[in-house]
Every structure is written in C-alpha cells, then in structure tokens.
Ligand binder design. Structure first.
Ligand code: HEM
Ligand code: NAG
Ligand code: NAG
Ligand code: NAG
Ligand code: NAG
Ligand code: NAG
Length: 333
C-alpha cells in the first residue's frame, strides 16, 4: 500500500510501527560491540588487561608476539570467539592441537588475566575480548601502533583441530596461496603483506623454519635458493636438520615492533618460506619495499587491518556465552 493512499490515521499507525520497531531493536543495537561495552558492568576490565600484559611483556619483550599470534589464530578460525583457548577434551580435539597452532603461546597467561578480571566483575567479560585487548596492548608495549578494540565479543563453545588445519596458513605457502588464504576472510593481498609484518616480534621454533632450510618446495634437503647465504648458514646452526624444538627470534629486533621485518625480507632474510614469498611477486615486492621505508604507512595500515581482523565473524548479543574459564566451556547449571 502506497503511503499516499493512506488516511491520516493509517499514516500514524505506520509511523508508530516504525517507532515501536526502533525501540524494540534498540537494545539489540546496544549488544553489538562498541568501545564502551563494559563501562557500566566492568569499567576496570581494560585497565586490568593492560596492566597485566604490560607486566608480562616488560619481563620478556619477545613474549609480546604470543598475544598477537593468539588473536590472529583465534579470529581466523570461527571468528574471534576465544575458541583457540579451549582445551582438548575426551571427545574433541581442539583448535589448539591443530598443526597450525604448533607452539602456540599465551593461553595460561590469558587464564591469569581472566582470573583477575573475574575477581573484579564475575561473569561479564569474554575471553575473546581479553585476547583482543591483550594483542593490542602487547603491540603498543613494544613500540607498535595502537588501534581501537571494540568490545562485546561472546565466547564460542566449539573448537576443532580440523577447522584450524583448514583455515590457518601453513609456513610453506607460496605467494598465490597466501593471497588465497587471506581472500577467504575477505582480506586483500595488501592486507596480507601488512599483517605479515607482525613477524617483526616474537619467536619461532625450528619447526616453522625447517621447510625453508631443508625441504623447500617439498624437495628433501633443498634450501630456498633465494635465501641469503650467510643468513641460511646461521639459521642452520640454530636449527640443525631434524630439530623441531630449538627456538629463535623472528627478526633481528624481535622485542620491538618496527619496520625491520620488511628490511629483512627485502634483503632475502625472511625467516619462513611465507615471509620470503612476499617478494616473489612484483606487487608484494613493491609493498615490502615501501613498508621497509621510514615514514611508510605500515603502522597505520597495520592498525586498520587489526581492527578488521578483530571484528571477524563475531558472536554477539545472546550468542555463545561468557566463559568462566577460558580453557573450558561453561557447564550448564
Ligand atoms: C601469512 C601467513 C602466516 C604464516 C604462514 C605464519 C606462520 C607462523 C609460524 C610458523 C610461526 C612460528 C610457530 C612456531 O613457534 O613454530 C609464527 C609465529 C608468529 N606469528 Fe605468524 N604466520 C602468518 C601470519 C601471521 C599474522 C597475520 C600474524 C599477526 C597479525 C602473525 C603473528 C605471529 C607472531 C607474533 C609470531 C610469534 C609468536 C610467539 O612469539 O610466540 N603471523 N607464525
Ligand atoms: C555499548 O554496549 C553497551 C552494552 O550493551 C550498551 O549499554 C551501550 O549503550 C553501548 N554504547 C554505545 C555507544 O552504543
Ligand atoms: C589443557 O590441556 C593440556 C594438554 O594439551 C594440559 O597440559 C593442561 O593441563 C590442560 N589445562 C587444564 C587447565 O586442565
Ligand atoms: C566475506 O564477504 C562475503 C560477501 O560479502 C560474506 O558473505 C562472507 O561472510 C565474508 N567472509 C568473512 C569471513 O567475513
Ligand atoms: C617435505 O615436504 C613434502 C611435501 O610437502 C612432505 O610430504 C614431506 O613429508 C616433507 N619432508 C619432511 C622431512 O618434512
Ligand atoms: C620437542 O617438543 C615436543 C613437543 O613439545 C616434545 O614432545 C618432544 O619430546 C621434544 N623433543 C625434543 C628432542 O626435545
């Protein structure tokens, strides 16, 4: 029915319906993530996270890497719902135990933060939000850019190693495969190159580096021929063939969030196959060169990409739950 055909009374009814609908939807809108989500219910949450992350990272700057990898791996599988924190149970192999989560760090530390937050305001703040805040606070603490973290994510109750294996990028992908992996999440090649810049902090085990040194393109004993010879020699000393557990720093300044990752990659010192792969494509190479320069847009673009990542496929409103313990789903009362 066209509005022009309405009587006055009819118009009022229509207007009223729109108004009532607005009121009805109002509370739903308030449930969508926003920057002040816990202001009324747990105003201390953000400062508790910041303080505890600050303490951990001051004691061990390399550890900053743990939180941002955790956030990435959380968001890349079922969205940012804290599912990466869940423990394997007797009838389910959790995300955490997928191959892509090899040597994932930070889970017990997130637990500690959660206990402190629960002590202040029980049952209010999600584990997924704590991970998102910790990633941002850790990066800031080691000199990286900041970004706004919207809050109000709910925690998921499903976690699957198979899904982790399907979604997480393995450190043997070539440029095209990397672009494809990020495209699945609606991220551009440019955003993929920007986010790879997170490898400016943190550490790796030899497990991640071994294919680059001893199994390039799946060929036994082949080292990536483009890898800087001196750098390759140094890596092989740190990671003798067959060793999976030794740890090494991700870049030359792994306790500081800076542009050195790109400088290393452009000089053929990318640590994983996937880092070196960024300059095997002309567009990637040009981006890496540009982000390696002083006053590049790396920090700004990194922040924007982290905001986008942090909002992937969120559970909101009454979806999921607010987990009591980050490693376990709540048991029904
Ligand atoms: C582009 C595809 C990516 C691949 C193939 C990849 C692969 C890896 C691997 C193999 C490790 C070492 C794991 C081990 O200890 O053995 C690692 C560590 C790390 N990754 Fe990535 N990654 C990728 C993208 C990202 C992104 C997008 C971020 C964050 C925005 C990120 C952040 C980190 C950090 C900070 C570490 C160090 C973790 C720590 O210190 O515990 N990575 N990554
Ligand atoms: C943010 O979310 C909270 C909790 O649902 C709500 O009370 C508040 O009004 C929202 N704030 C904004 C600016 O939307
Ligand atoms: C979770 O699982 C790991 C094994 O992957 C185990 O060592 C750990 O104790 C479990 N965490 C808790 C809180 O039970
Ligand atoms: C990517 O975008 C498409 C189209 O807008 C959408 O259907 C899909 O859910 C998005 N994927 C993710 C992971 O957000
Ligand atoms: C080398 O790579 C191939 C192909 O990805 C794989 O099948 C093989 O198991 C790898 N070898 C080692 C020693 O990791
Ligand atoms: C390497 O680490 C794995 C997993 O943490 C462990 O099971 C294995 O025993 C370690 N191997 C050596 C040689 O230390």
């Amino acid at each position: 029915m066209a509005i022009s055909a309405c009587t006055d009374r009819c118009k009022w009814t229509l207007l009223c319906s729109v108004f009532v609908l607005f009121i009805a939807l109002g509370p739903c809108d308030a449930d969508t993530p926003n920057a002040t989500f816990y202001q009324a219910t747990c105003p201390q949450a953000t400062s508790i996270v910041k303080k505890m992350v600050g303490k951990l990272v001051s004691a061990d700057r390399i550890f900053a890497g743990a939180f941002i990898r955790l956030h990435f791996h959380d968001c890349w599988v079922r969205g940012c719902d804290g599912s990466v924190l869940l423990n394997t149970t007797s009838n389910n192999v959790a995300e955490r135990d997928g191959h892509g989560n090899f040597e994932l760090r930070g889970v017990p530390e997130i637990d500690d933060i959660k206990y402190a937050v629960e002590a202040a305001c029980p049952g209010v703040v999600s584990c997924a939000d704590i991970v998102a805040l910790a990633a941002r606070d850790a990066v800031v603490k080691v000199g990286g850019p900041s970004w706004p973290v919207l809050l109000g994510r709910r925690d998921g109750v499903v976690s699957s190693a198979d899904e982790a294996n399907v979604n997480l990028p393995f450190p043997v992908l070539n440029f095209k495969q990397l672009v494809q992996n990020f495209a699945v999440k609606n991220f551009s090649a440019r955003e993929m190159v920007v986010l790879s810049g997170a490898h400016t902090i943190g550490r790796t085990t030899c497990n991640g580096v071994a294919p680059h040194l001893y199994n390039f393109t799946g060929v036994e004993d082949l080292t990536d021929p483009t890898l800087d010879k001196t750098f390759a020699k140094k890596l092989k000393k740190q990671c003798p063939k067959g060793n999976r557990n030794n740890t090494l720093r991700l870049d030359s300044t792994a306790g500081k969030f800076d542009r050195f990752y790109y400088k290393n990659v452009i000089s053929n010192k990318g640590i994983f196959i996937t880092d070196a792969a960024l300059i095997t494509d002309p567009v990637g190479e040009q981006l890496v060169a540009s982000f390696s320069r002083k006053k590049s847009t790396f920090f700004d673009e990194f922040s924007a990409a982290m905001v986008k990542m942090g909002n992937l496929e969120l559970l909101t409103g009454t979806e999921g739950e607010i987990r009591q313990h980050c490693q376990f789903v709540n048991t029904n009362p």
